[in-house]
Design a protein. Structure first.
Length: 195
């Protein structure tokens, strides 16, 4: 890894070396998930990508996923953000020898009422950062509707959007503080509500 100049030539002295045993790059918009299937990774039937938690870890311990392998992204910025999250959590996993805190509550995320899917699908409050970005797509064109987020029966967010369409990714940011304030939370529901 190295920085490059305006002619895309490596800048001497900026090189960094990362030791790892495997680096898998999937280039292209819709990658194959044969390796995920072979490894026993649970796949989302809507996105055809892995089901992940707040750390972007799959059901196979130590296997993390991000970018278009999860779902097709609109912006490379979103892919970069996910890569940062997945990389940080993968490094923590290796540093801690695979040990994770079991103190938190695992909360499932339900996509309903016009929301097709969410990434991630679950959140463990002990593993999550101060915030978690949940990305999703809607199943139809919606005008002047709200994105509503509920923790069990408690409304956490209710944001109006002039237009939402399947071709544009939407997102909500969940705050750890709100999730741990609720005793025994079970489900986060994300849905579209009429104005």
């Amino acid at each position: 890894l190295a920085q490059v100049d305006e002619h895309n030539k490596p800048i001497e002295g900026t090189e960094e070396f990362y030791e790892c045993d495997t680096l898998l790059l999937s280039c292209g918009l819709i990658p194959e998930n044969e390796i995920s299937k072979t490894a026993g990774v649970e796949l989302n039937p809507v996105t055809s990508g892995p089901v992940v938690n707040e750390s972007l870890e799959t059901n196979v311990p130590g296997v993390f996923a991000c970018g278009n392998v999860l779902h097709v992204h609109d912006l490379v910025d979103y892919v970069s953000e996910e890569a940062t999250v997945a990389g940080r959590h993968a490094a923590e996993y290796v540093k801690n020898g695979g040990d994770k805190s079991d103190d938190g509550k695992e909360i499932s995320i339900t996509a309903t009422g016009g929301v097709r899917y969410t990434v991630p699908s679950t959140i463990n409050t002990a593993q999550m950062d101060d915030t978690v970005t949940v990305r999703f797509r809607v199943g139809a064109v919606y005008k002047n509707c709200y994105i509503a987020v509920y923790l069990d029966d408690k409304q956490l967010q209710h944001r109006k959007h002039p237009v939402m369409a399947p071709g544009e990714m939407e997102q909500v940011v969940l705050k750890k503080k709100q999730l741990i304030e609720t005793e025994n939370p079970r489900t986060i529901t994300i849905k579209i509500e009429e104005a």
